[in-house]
Write a protein that binds this ligand. Structure first.
Ligand code: AMP
Ligand code: ZN
Ligand code: FE
Ligand code: FE
Length: 277
């Protein structure tokens, strides 16, 4: 009865629409998936409708991009209430992302790399813009060999077209998710490179930790399982599915449905997915 609790759609930088992701999840026989797009919940309602009346449980979520001391930290939020303050803050994040991408395009032009903002926008639907869309536009224009190549040459931190983005501090993101009735969970701690952040986030109210992730080997899984037990955190996991070649397939990493029940028990929006307007 597996649940994949980390899934992206075309509402952020995933390749597939929420409807298509739900179709694939059903075909795989998954019992639950969480839609966790970067800084947006724009894909949740479509996914919920696609899953309605089926065997698939749809968990509403978000993955907030945060930064602490130049480290990228991602905070997952499950079952947030979709209230005005929550949606307004996400809108602000989406606007900040657009401004950042515009500045990246300007930097690329200064480097003699001729792409336009519209070329980047053409790589996404209605969702939030991100560096992966710039990378895809560069590949489409023949200006980079691959998404990885585009990141390495232009977009990654320290590369010539990198632009920092004002982001949530992770402890602030944890507080924000709690305020909105959701359950804050630390995404892929193995990618942070500094486990000392965990206890600080626990002090801020962190409720769970993503123990199972494609980038966690067995040693990392054991380490974070012990951390979860030590702090009494919910153990979650997921594929971080984006579609496309260099990411894991949907359902590659799953947890039992007990994790979904644990998240449900902790959230303040007891109506769960049906609270979505
Ligand atoms: P952004 O939110 O715009 O800063 O973009 C972050 C996203 O870019 C991450 O979630 C990854 O999916 C992707 N990404 C970051 N670094 C790389 C890289 N070196 N190669 C490919 N994709 C990357
Ligand atoms: Zn992504
Ligand atoms: Fe992430
Ligand atoms: Fe993710």
């Amino acid at each position: 009865m597996p649940a994949d609790l980390h899934v992206h759609t075309s509402a952020s930088d995933g390749s597939f629409s929420p409807t298509e992701v739900v179709r694939q999840a059903l075909a795989l026989g998954l019992q639950a998936i969480a839609i966790t797009d970067h800084d947006t919940v724009a894909g949740v309602e479509e996914a919920r409708q696609a899953a309605a009346g089926s065997s698939l449980e749809l968990v509403p979520g978000v993955e907030l991009s945060c930064e602490d001391k130049e480290r990228d930290i991602h905070i997952l939020g499950y079952y947030p209430r979709f209230e005005a303050a929550f949606l307004a803050r996400l809108d602000e994040l989406a606007c900040a992302r657009r401004e950042r991408i515009a500045r990246i395009v300007t930097k690329l032009k200064a480097l003699g790399i001729d792409i336009d903002f519209a070329d980047v926008e053409a790589q996404t639907g209605t969702g939030t813009l991100g560096r992966p869309h710039v990378a895809a536009a560069l590949v489409a224009a023949g200006l980079a060999g691959s998404v990885q190549d585009a990141f390495a040459r232009f977009l990654t931190r320290g590369a010539p077209a990198y632009v920092p983005q004002p982001k949530f501090h992770p402890a602030e993101a944890v507080g924000f998710i709690l305020q909105c009735g959701g359950v804050p969970v630390l995404a892929h701690p193995g990618l942070i490179g500094d486990d000392t952040v965990i206890s600080k986030l626990v002090a801020a109210g962190l409720a769970g930790i993503e123990v199972y992730h494609p980038d966690h080997d067995r040693a990392a899984q054991s380490r974070y399982l012990a951390v979860a037990r030590g702090h009494g955190l919910v153990v979650t996991g997921g594929s971080d599915f984006h579609g496309g070649g260099h990411h894991a397939p949907l359902g590659e990493v799953t947890v039992s449905n007990d994790a979904v029940q644990a998240l449900r028990l902790l959230c303040k929006s007891k109506k769960g997915p049906s609270n979505i307007k």
